[in-house]
Ligand binder design. Structure first.
Ligand SMILES: C[S@@+](CC[C@H](N)C(=O)[O-])C[C@H]1O[C@@H](n2cnc3c(N)ncnc32)[C@H](O)[C@@H]1O
Length: 467
């Protein structure tokens, strides 16, 4: 028999672990005492909120399980704990605040393709399958930590598919996204505009019977678009203007052109999504015809639009203003000390060929890819020269971030831990080394393990730099 439990002493956690077994006949079960004791020791919520919190009134989502998530939950809570009504609207990791379900609970219930719990792909995040997307929930918590509200601006200088802007706009903060790839500017603008579509009107007008004609229209436009090679300058143009120009000068006339701007853009995005599915799923057991993908995606997009419309209406939530700009992170079209926070993720060294990944999309829109390659960070140069150019560009982009940040504000940079030719490229160390040289006063690195996903990527790092 193992060592007996001595009930006269209040057990410490350590004693409990050391005890192998109990004599159930002689010793009363210590569970009630121990469970309360253990809870105080290890309950993540009491670490986030402090020991004295009212347990009935607060709850984290059940899938908040990693250390970085708890750290972010604590950080977002610390920023808004004086205004719990606002915190309930903004929080990313809490399911219940002040006894009431949070906005994120309802928003993340608008499920999208490929969604995992409350972390990603909810509302319009899943529109267009862009590889290398952020997780919306994590971004929301980082924006909250920065404490930006109302007219203050959150910037993403490597916007990609617009995750930061979507999260900023639904927590009620203004945002600006800069991206060098015009196709992604278009995708992000449409995903953002779709948050505001009046679904009942859209449903009434775009009857299912029109779908084959809509599909045919975009198919025919394809030949037309590629014939008229689209010269694109990185000139800080607004994505809305790019889309208007696209419709005016590059798409042929048809009934589709008479739909409201946001609607025909959305139909274009559904077509582009089907094009991506068709390209990537050909030869797999999920293969379908291009047209079938278009119809399936139309149905799925409609469900998301309906869910988003109804949820936002119920919560009286109107997305805040956002601006998408075709520009470069190396030369930001913004004034010094003008933004409240930066949440971004530069290309992960040379791990992903962003042009190759989206070639079908770029070709459809008739965009000159050789020119784009010469401008994109991580794709410039050949072999060894590539890493040197990458380093130079990343440093320049961090200097630009410093310039546009307000004093005291933070930049959060998400970076991959990538192995190239058997060598690990650790840009986290580099950026931390540069930070004081550039002028940042504080730096903190958080580690996020990647479970599944890209086999080459084991971790991401979230670097927090304060001006
Ligand atoms: C890791 S991805 C960002 C993904 C984004 N966080 C999301 O959730 O979709 C990096 C992006 O940087 C863009 N990029 C590359 N060079 C750039 C430059 N000089 N200026 C701005 N964006 C650039 C790439 O086109 C790519 O979309």
């Amino acid at each position: 028999m193992g060592k007996k439990y001595n009930r006269k002493e209040t057990p410490s956690l350590f004693d409990f672990i050391k005890t192998d077994s109990y004599d159930v006949n002689k010793t009363p079960k210590p569970t009630p005492v121990l469970s309360r004791h253990l809870e105080k020791q290890i309950d993540p919520l009491s670490w986030v909120l402090g020991r004295e919190h009212n347990k009935e009134n607060f709850q984290l989502f059940e899938d908040v399980g990693q250390i970085y998530e708890l750290q972010l939950a604590k950080m977002e809570y610390e920023s808004f704990k004086e205004n719990l009504a606002l915190f309930r609207k903004r929080t990313a990791y809490f399911k219940i605040v002040n006894g009431r379900k949070t906005y994120h609970y309802f928003i993340s219930k608008v499920k999208g393709k490929g969604q995992i719990g409350h972390t990603n792909q909810y509302i319009t995040h899943w529109f267009y399958p862009y590889k290398g997307k952020f997780h919306g929930q994590m971004i929301k918590a980082i924006i909250n930590f920065m404490g930006a509200t109302g007219e203050e601006i959150i910037l993403d200088p490597f916007m990609g598919s617009g995750t930061t802007l979507i999260e900023a706009s639904i927590v009620g903060t203004k945002s600006i996204g800069i991206e060098i790839n015009p196709a992604l500017c278009i995708v992000s603008q449409i995903k953002l505009d779709s948050l505001r579509i009046n679904y009942p009107e859209f449903e009434k007008s775009i009857k299912t019977k029109n779908l084959p004609e809509i599909f045919k229209y975009f198919n025919e436009a394809r030949a037309y678009l590629s014939e008229r090679k689209w010269e694109m300058e990185v000139n800080n143009q607004n994505a809305k203007d790019i889309l208007m120009e696209l419709w005016e000068n590059h798409f042929p006339n048809s009934f589709v052109k008479e739909y409201p701007f946001e609607w025909r853009n959305l139909l274009l995005l559904i077509y582009l999504h089907a094009l991506s599915d068709y390209t990537y799923l050909k030869g797999t057991n999920k293969e379908k015809s291009f047209e079938e993908f278009f119809y399936i995606n139309f149905e799925e997009y409609s469900k998301t639009l309906k869910g988003t419309y109804e949820t936002f209406k119920k919560l009286s939530l109107t997305p805040k203003k956002y601006t998408v700009i075709l520009g470069s992170a190396l030369n930001l079209p913004l004034n010094d000390s003008s933004v409240k926070g930066i949440v971004t993720s530069p290309p992960y060294s040379i791990a992903l060929d962003y042009v190759k990944n989206d070639l079908h999309l770029l070709n459809y829109l008739g965009i000159d890819t050789s020119k784009l390659r010469n401008e994109m960070i991580g794709l410039k140069g050949r072999k060894n020269e590539k890493v040197v150019m990458y380093e130079k560009d990343i440093r320049r982009s961090v200097e630009e971030m410093y310039r546009v940040l307000k004093k005291g504000s933070w930049a959060a940079i998400v970076l991959g831990d990538v192995v190239v030719n058997g060598k690990r490229t650790d840009f986290r160390e580099k950026i931390i080394e540069w930070a004081p040289q550039i002028g940042f006063v504080d730096a903190y690195a958080m580690k996020r393990p990647i479970l599944g996903g890209f086999a080459r990527l084991r971790y991401e790092h979230i670097l927090f730099l304060q001006k």
